[in-house]
Structure formats: structure tokens, C-alpha cells
Design a protein. Sequence first.
Length: 155
Amino acid sequence: MPDSKGFTLTEILTVLIIIGLLAAIAAPNYNTYVQQAAAQAAQNNLISIYGAQKNFYLSPVGSGNFCVDTGPPNHICSDLNKINTNLSLNITDNNFTYKCARGGGPANGFQCTATNISAGTFKLIVTNNPIVLPGGSGTINPSCTYPAHPNYCPS
């Protein structure tokens, strides 16, 4: 029998089938993990915005008001660039858009939302629920809704 080196077609096809099966199992789990990590980062960003909102409220610029989107021409916290500028933050996020608006508690309260760019129904919201200033305490109440994939929401 001649000395043969190499692999048979059956061996190569068997290896390719095994690799395909592993990829089919791993890819969805990896995608879910990436989405959950992005959601956790957005939640952490909202908590940072929450703390900066308290400082803004007490500052001479805020003068007892929160940085919110109050409608034209005063969109002071209507997107991430304006939030970063007005609240002295340096948040970067390619997965979510951010906005702070009135609501979420007292008459001059705020509600900041992070909305997933690729899946517009995915929203993380942090509100001042309620916030008592100055010298009081407040609570962070982030909530997450994403009906299509509830497991993307951080716990």
C-alpha cells in the first residue's frame, strides 16, 4: 500500500460540519452578550447623567432647574453632544441616542432616556424619582423595556 499523506474528503467535510454547528450555536449567544453589554454601558451612562443633573441643578447655570429639552429654541439637553457640554460629561456611545426631557417626578423634574439606535423600541430610562435638593437624597430608578428581546435588559 502506498504511503499517503493528507486528509480524505470525508474527514474535511466532517470537520467543516462540526465547525458550522459550533458557529450556529455560538453566534446568537455572542450577539446577545454584545447587546447586553451595550445596554449595561447605557445604563451606567444614564446614572452618570443623573449625578451630573444634580450638580447642574445646584450650579449658577442651572439655578434650580435641570438640563432638559424644553423645546425650540432651548434644546439644552436634547442630544448627547448637548448633554456632554451642559453637564460637563464626556460620554461616547455608538449604540444609543440620549435625551433629557421634563417629567419623572416633581414639576421641574427630568427624565433621561437612552434609545437603542438599531432597535428603536429598546429604551433605558432614568428619572429623578423623586430628587430632593439641596442637601436631600434621591434615588436612581433605571428601567428597561425591549419587548422583542427582554434578556437584553441589564438586571
